[in-house]
Design a protein around this ligand. Structure first.
Ligand SMILES: [Cu+2]
Length: 151
């Protein structure tokens, strides 16, 4: 019955596939700016697209001691950052984390971020689970990378 072994060996793989793949949520164009002058904190931006409603509930990055989800609360002229417990991702509509609002906040960087480098960021979604994205570090005056909306 040695002949049958390969067939049995396939069972675990099939079981995993039939459990349903995680929703093909996509994260594109992750970037952060060069921490000129040795700033201890940095914001990471990106575009998230999900076919189903989801929620970004946590993030972490090895380059920082602390990682938080934040937004910018525009008040009476003064802008201030606000911590968030999660960021809702609408279905089929790219959500931009950009310098005008939502961002992943890296606090207490272990090393400066230098243009041309890149670093991993781990994102935890309520439904899609854990994703690893690579953020590119861009020069202070450089234009952010475009997320590219391929359908
Ligand atoms: Cu912030």
């Amino acid at each position: 019955m040695i002949v049958r072994r390969p067939a049995f060996a396939l069972f675990p793989v099939l079981a995993v596939l039939s459990c349903g793949q995680p929703a093909p949520l996509e994260v594109k164009g992750a970037w952060a700016r060069d921490t000129v002058g040795g700033t201890a904190n940095a914001a990471v931006f990106m575009t998230i697209t999900s076919p189903a409603p989801d929620r970004l509930v946590a993030a972490s990055a090895p380059v920082a001691r602390k990682t938080d989800l934040m937004t910018i609360a525009g008040g009476s002229g003064a802008t201030e950052m606000k911590y968030l417990k999660g960021i809702d991702i609408p279905a089929d509509r790219p959500l931009s984390l950009d310098p005008g609002g939502l961002h992943v906040w890296l606090a207490e960087l272990k090393q400066p971020l230098r243009a041309g480098q890149s670093f991993p960021v781990f994102l935890e979604f309520a439904k899609a689970g854990r994703r690893r994205v690579v953020a590119s570090v861009i020069a202070p005056a450089a234009a952010p990378p475009r997320a590219g909306m391929r359908m």
